[in-house]
Design a protein around this ligand. Structure first.
Ligand code: HAM
Length: 426
């Protein structure tokens, strides 16, 4: 028996109805905010993620599905390829490759699709998972750096979660400063860690040397008081970063969007500058981050592109659906009627009627002329159809059909022209 690979899963009905509901709703919101869809390949050159996301991150150093793609012809070179662990690097690559900045306008892009990380699978954490993401990127002259962009993206997130009906989230907000702030902060952290790291976990001892800011991600309980006493990033922001963050918070305050400043939230990707954020949800257990994002003002340049500041986010769609299910959300569209053809030669009439009713916007299912009535009724009941429409020779002749209300058992004859109205009444 061949099974789905660990960390991957089949999405089945009725869950897929909820997935589609989420995707339909977010597309409507993206449209209202003037975002347009981008679809980038599922695999890219490994180097894109190494340079974009950062060699030192968990994602690049241990979670990527990477393989050596052998040359198939003399004209080709073998190259290292990777299934995308996230989509921001791919979007910025596409921005550079297609010179999307040439219009001088902001690019407001969104994507929905699978991402791949070789993490330890558990509830809410998969090796193939899905993200709904968006990126706002463009030349500085288009205003891509301005705090209003950050605030608009966060406000849109609130609208997105609202549109899918997700309640009870918490917005964690931080500013990680710009590259120069971070090198000063890293130095301060390294110095402070030198005095205390011996008392910390093995991971922290390693991070204290390689990437001290990652120490802030540590979840080991004994390390928490030590980490809480370390220098804070806010003390190292330069004037520009401090004003920028202040303005983002001021706009959110005016809009009445609640947030918590969380100075330990540094995010697991190296491209972030200035504003970073995460939304968590209480129903998700250990994997509580339902989405994450932030600003990445230097990413385009680090990939060899023009100066193109940007900000974006990715919502974990798997976790969103889990949280909605915990709220008992269901998104199944009810079946309006089940058509039961009765006797030889009736299938064609039944299918013709089904076609007409579906065209009128109704959800219709259909049996087969060989089914006994009892079987047709059982099927209709199981799928929750309120009516069974019976089509036999007499009905075809009269061009009027027997419509049986499953609940009351009442049966009436309805002319073809009145059928769709009768069925939509329930
Ligand atoms: P991220 O925080 O790595 O950010 O991922 C965003 C969200 O994807 C997480 O909050 C989580 O909901 C979901 N997610 C991540 N890994 C898994 C997994 N193994 N299983 C299930 N869900 C997962 C990014 O990917 C950035 N590219 C976001 C961004 C866009 N920043 C700027 N623009």
């Amino acid at each position: 028996m061949i099974k789905a690979i660990r960390g991957t899963r089949d999405l089945l009905p009725p869950d897929t109805d909820l997935w589609n509901f989420v995707e339909t709703r977010v597309r409507e919101v993206f449209q209202r905010y003037n975002f347009h869809e981008i679809r980038t390949p599922v695999f890219e050159a490994t180097e894109l993620f190494a340079r974009g996301v950062g060699e030192d991150t968990d994602i690049v150093s241990k979670e990527m599905f990477t393989w050596e793609d052998k040359a198939r012809a003399q004209s080709e070179k073998s190259q290292s390829l990777t299934l995308r662990p996230e989509n921001t690097a791919g979007v910025v690559r596409a921005y550079i490759e297609h010179d999307l900045g040439r219009s001088g306008q902001l690019q407001k892009l969104y994507y929905i699709g699978p991402q791949f990380r070789r993490e330890r699978p558990q509830k809410g954490r998969y090796r193939q998972f899905y993200q709904i993401g968006a990126e706002v990127i463009g030349p500085p002259t288009a205003g891509s750096e301005l705090p209003i962009r950050d605030a608009e993206v966060i406000e849109m997130l609130v609208a997105l979660l609202d549109a899918v009906g997700l309640k009870g989230w918490t917005l964690h907000l931080n500013s990680v400063g710009c590259a120069s702030d971070r090198s000063v902060y890293n130095k301060a952290l390294r110095e402070a860690l030198a005095k205390v790291k011996d008392k910390m976990c093995a991971d922290c001892q390693r991070r204290a040397e390689t990437n001290p800011i990652r120490v802030l991600d540590c979840k080991v309980p004994e390390d928490q008081p030590i980490i809480d006493a370390l220098p804070k990033i806010s003390q190292y922001l330069d004037e520009g970063c401090r004003l920028h963050f202040g303005e983002v918070k001021a706009i959110l305050d005016t809009m009445g969007i609640p947030y918590q400043v969380n100075e330990r939230m540094v995010r697991g990707l190296d491209y972030y500058t200035r504003t970073t954020f995460e939304f968590t949800h209480g129903d998700l257990g250990a994997q509580s981050a339902v989405l994450g994002g932030g600003r990445y003002d230097g990413l385009s340049e680090s990939l060899g592109g023009p100066k193109a500041p940007g900000i974006g986010f990715a919502i974990g769609e798997d976790r969103t659906v889990l949280a909605l299910q915990a709220q008992q959300a269901a998104a199944s569209v009810p079946v309006n009627a089940y058509i039961a053809p009765l006797g030889t030669g009736m299938n064609r009439h039944a299918l013709k009627l089904a076609h007409e009713l579906r065209k009128a916007g109704l959800v219709i299912d259909i049996g087969d002329e060989s089914f006994r009535m009892r079987k047709a009724f059982e099927a209709a009941e199981k799928m929750g159809a309120p009516y069974v429409i019976i089509i036999g020779e007499n009905e075809v002749k009269a061009d009027a059909f027997a419509v049986k209300d499953i609940r009351s058992g009442e049966q009436v004859t309805v002319p073809r022209a009145e059928l769709s109205q009768k069925l939509s009444s329930k």
